[in-house]
Design a protein around this ligand. Structure first.
Ligand SMILES: NC(=O)c1ccc[n+]([C@@H]2O[C@H](COP(=O)([O-])OP(=O)(O)OC[C@H]3O[C@@H](n4cnc5c(N)ncnc54)[C@H](OP(=O)(O)O)[C@@H]3O)[C@@H](O)[C@H]2O)c1
Length: 235
């Protein structure tokens, strides 16, 4: 797909990986970009002509209304976290926290359910999972369960929506506003979280966005997962 002149809708497009994707789509000449989140007014440094929309991926009626108004479009990305994430050992885990981690999957599946109809036949969807999906380290069981479900969902739905394409990008540890830590504490967290990786540093949101752009531009891939993880899966 040549992104120039295309219309793109990016859920979670106001921060981190989604925001980097918005910027790359703009640089590649997308003619219309809509960035969506619950609090889009918080965004900083977004290209002027990107339309900001306030919407929760868990709000099914809001999504139906939004997509009804859009007409046809070419690119649909969802990198919205959806809600809180549970970390830590499963046997000590608050089960509500575990279940709530699946808000990410419900957000992704809502957007595919209500957005695919108006996606053009040569259009493309990209979702974002995470490395624990296929190599779960201690403490990451909730993220592993949800990420695995996201990847299975995309593999399954790819057949149903063909020739429209859907792919997943799976990031390792990425330095984004998702982590509230600051200063030395932040640096130490990323050092510890990545020290056993083949590439022992946190990735950047731009590096993950490059994977998303690849999934959009390459017309020969669907139903697959692209890992952008510093070698997490091998460590
Ligand atoms: N960063 C990492 O290390 C890492 C690793 C593996 C996987 N991932 C995955 O990569 C994706 C992007 O993460 P990120 O690091 O870029 O996070 P981020 O910087 O926190 O950005 C998340 C974005 O999603 C939006 N969002 C969250 N919940 C939403 C909801 N219910 N409805 C609409 N928008 C919502 C946020 O805006 P509002 O708060 O304004 O709604 C924000 O724009 C997530 O799926 C995450 O699980 C991240």
């Amino acid at each position: 797909m040549n992104i120039s002149g295309k219309k793109a809708i990016i859920f979670g497009g106001t921060s981190g990986i989604g925001l980097s994707t918005v910027k790359m789509l703009f640089e590649k000449g997308a003619s219309k970009i809509i960035a969506i989140s619950r609090n889009p007014e918080k965004v900083s440094e977004i290209p002027d002509n990107v339309e900001l929309v306030k919407l929760d991926v868990l709000d099914e009626n809001g999504l139906k209304t939004f997509f009804d108004k859009q007409g046809e479009f070419d690119i649909l990305v969802n990198s919205a976290t959806g809600g809180a994430r549970a970390l830590g050992p499963f046997l000590n885990m608050d089960m509500e926290g575990y279940r709530n981690s699946f808000f990410k999957l419900w957000g992704y599946s809502n957007v595919v359910r209500y957005g695919t109809e108006n996606l053009k036949n040569d259009g493309c969807i990209v979702l974002v999972s995470g490395s624990p999906a296929r190599n779960c380290r201690p403490g990451y069981i909730a993220l592993s369960s949800v990420g695995g479900a996201v990847e299975a969902f995309a593999r399954g739905i790819a057949k149903e929506i063909n020739p429209k394409r859907i792919n997943v990008v799976s990031p390792g540890t990425i330095d984004t506003p998702m982590s509230p830590l600051m200063g030395e504490e932040r640096k130490t967290f990323y050092q510890n979280a990545t020290k056993t990786n083949l590439i022992p540093r946190a990735g950047t949101p731009e590096e993950v966005a490059q994977g998303i752009i690849f999934a959009i531009e390459n017309d020969f891939i669907t139903g697959t997962t692209i890992d952008v993880d510093g070698g997490w899966l091998l460590s």
